[in-house]
Design a protein around this ligand. Sequence first.
Ligand code: ADP
Ligand code: MG
Length: 314
Amino acid sequence: MDEFNLINHYFSWGNIPDDVAVSVGDDAAILDIPVNQQLVTSIDTLISGVHFPKNTTPDAIGHKALAVNLSDLAAMGATPKWFTLALTLPNIDKNWLESFNQGLASLAQKYQCFLVGGDTTRGPLSISIQVMGLVDKGEALLRSGAKDGDRIYVTGTLGDACAGLASVLEDSSVLSVENRKYCEQRLNYPIPRLTESKLIKAYATSCIDLSDGLLQDLSHILKASNVGAELDLSLLPLSPALKSLDSKKAQGFILTGGDDYELLFTIPKKVEQHFLKEVGDKACCIGVINSKPNQVIDKGGVLLKSTGYNHFHD
Ligand code: ADP
Ligand code: MG
């Protein structure tokens, strides 16, 4: 199969949406953006051995490459619409492509995000997806709006993906078979919190998605908003799998581990009760914003240092 057949076979999807004037097959895609809405766009690259263990299944790679991008749109309060895919492959392996496409297409279908173009090259396995979404003008959720007194919330449970990674790469014996399966599922198939994002949007003053560990990602909100935070570590939401671990170990996974793809956001105290009625158990409070810029402390006043994942640090 040559490059062109490959593109046609796997990446020319049917049922082209009405807002896609030109899709895969021309030199560029053409997309219609409604008046009164803004285009929200983000790109993330996944490199084999860096962003996923080398033995990750192609189905999971396809899912995760899109999921991490959809997560960025969720963090912005945007609705996904389209994406482009730059694929670097060591060779053309039909089984691999079939399975990759399966993971990619089923998530794309679920959130109605349509593949409109891309690029295909030969080299060490790497996948870049640029996602595009829409938001009503001026309505996007930013990192910069957190205020003194706002409550700090997260969706879901934290640290599962990091525990999954540790079990793949280091020591699989600390988790039971069932818990290990759960954590690896969380690592390989993150769920972009788009449904939660829609609920959060009406109340939140700031939002970010958790990709590099709670402390590092929280520090981005603090910096952008020029505020500080006090976390109550006893409130960190733990899955049964994380509860089964030594509590210091679980805390380490949460504070400095990555790949959660949950949302971290701030809610003003005066709308908190309304927010809770709407969000139910989809999110929980883990702390409060204070006025001391760029500092995270625990309830005892002890400074918590961020050592989250950074590609350019040793
Ligand atoms: P060009 O040389 O003009 O850049 P390409 O040969 O790279 O064109 O791509 C031809 C068409 O196929 C373009 O519409 C491009 O968007 C699409 N395409 C190429 N690779 C992919 C891919 N991995 N996924 C989706 N569309 C792709
Ligand atoms: Mg090209």
